[in-house]
Design a protein around this ligand. Structure first.
Ligand SMILES: Nc1ncnc2c1ncn2[C@@H]1O[C@H](COP(=O)(O)OP(=O)(O)O)[C@@H](O)[C@H]1O
Ligand SMILES: [Mg+2]
Length: 363
């Protein structure tokens, strides 16, 4: 079991971990996801003591590894780490790479280290490469060797930091397959990955990291299908967000049209959808809302999901409750129909912007 309490890591210019708390059970397979720079690597490195946390406590089983009196060498042997770059020794053969640490650190005999090494090479499908040098292998093969080398120390916990992100896409599958097999053996695994399908298939728990900590923790079903918090939702649905604020009648209409254009271009929204977004924005603002609002304040959020290419536009506006879908100008609503597949209005609890209009944009 790993227990993390109020873990904090401060670097001179940035504090990636503000307050991390978690209990990780034996056999948990945890996928760590989140935008880059949110401290995923730092968290792993603080748990396995490659980095010294600024504050907080980490226990592995009953031992507090953040206690200065703790025997770190003993603790480190319980933990293995697989990096993005494989870090194999180029001057040693594959089997020598694997035998090295067990002989040096666990004082295994050469024969023992060899037998175990060959057994591990068979499990990662590379026994025939035992006498090759790393340079003679593909990236996917090197990473499988790196995994076998980590396993040779028989760690209880294995950390993977983006194990497939340096690989050619054709080799991602073979490495993922090895990790997937490993996940079934009951070892505790923590895996930072950007491959959402893999994260989902392999883990029993997902940590979404953001804002200096574990922002949301849940089963893959919860995190990917029913995230409870805003940033998680935006991340897993690969939402590209554009916000446009209108504070008065003299807002810069052409400027906003051009912002929408750039947003669509940058996120590769297809041409027809982009046209629909423009039309929905213009028609709603110019013809449905501005004519009826006295001192207009309209906050528009466009969310395009790169995961399924769907777009939702939400407008929050002030004034008395005004359901445009029923009270709005009929001709404008008919025009909107060509760009919008669904439209719904709600009154929401907000001091100023009490009206919320949600539109699903046609693709
Ligand atoms: N050794 C370091 N010294 C200074 N800043 C660092 C160091 N390592 C990471 N950082 C910074 O800490 C933040 C979190 O980094 P990291 O844990 O690598 O994020 P992630 O793995 O989620 O992309 C980043 O802003 C990064 O630049
Ligand atoms: Mg990282």
């Amino acid at each position: 079991m790993i227990k993390i309490e109020h873990l904090k890591k401060v670097y001179p210019n940035v504090t990636p971990l503000k307050d991390v708390n978690a209990v990780i059970n034996d056999g948990d397979v945890i996928a760590i996801i989140g935008p880059s720079g949110t401290g995923k690597s730092t968290l792993m490195r603080c748990i396995n003591q490659l980095e010294k946390p600024t504050a907080g406590h980490v226990w592995i089983d009953d031992e507090e590894i953040t206690d200065p009196k703790c025997d770190l060498n003993k603790i480190r042997q319980k933990m293995g780490m697989v990096f993005q770059s494989f870090n194999l020794f180029g001057h040693l053969t594959v089997i020598e790479n694997i035998m090295l640490a067990p002989m040096d650190l666990l004082h295994k005999s050469k024969q023992e280290a060899y037998d175990k090494g060959m057994e591990l090479l068979r499990t990662v499908g590379l026994a025939e490469k035992a006498l090759n040098y790393p340079d003679e292998l593909s990236g996917g093969q090197k990473q499988r060797i790196a995994i076998a080398r980590t396993l040779a120390m028989d760690p209880e916990i294995i950390f993977f930091d983006e194990p497939t992100s340096a690989l050619d896409p054709t080799m991602v599958g073979e490495v993922q397959a090895v990790i997937r097999d490993l996940a079934k053996t009951g070892k505790t695994l923590m895996i930072v990955t950007h491959e959402m399908g893999f994260a989902r298939a392999i883990s029993n728990r997902v940590f979404y990291m953001d804002e200096g900590g574990i922002y949301e923790d849940g089963t893959p079903g919860q995190i990917f299908d029913d995230p409870q918090r805003e940033n998680t939702r935006r991340f897993v649905r690969k939402l590209k967000v554009l916000e446009l604020n209108i504070e008065n009648r003299d807002y810069d209409f052409l400027g906003m049209v051009s912002e929408i254009e750039q947003y669509c271009h940058k996120n590769q929204v297809n041409y027809r959808t982009a046209q629909h977004i423009q039309l929905a924005f213009e028609e709603t603002i110019q013809n449905l809302l501005l004519p009826v609002l006295n001192a207009p304040k309209i906050h528009t959020v466009v969310e395009y999901s790169a995961a399924d290419e769907s777009t939702v536009m939400t407008l929050h506006y002030n004034g008395d409750p005004y359901d445009v879908t029923r009270q709005g100008d009929k001709l404008s609503l008919a025009v909107l129909n060509s760009a919008v597949s669904e439209m719904s209005w709600n009154e929401v609890e907000d001091k100023e912007l009490r009206n919320k209009l949600e539109m699903r944009i046609k693709a």
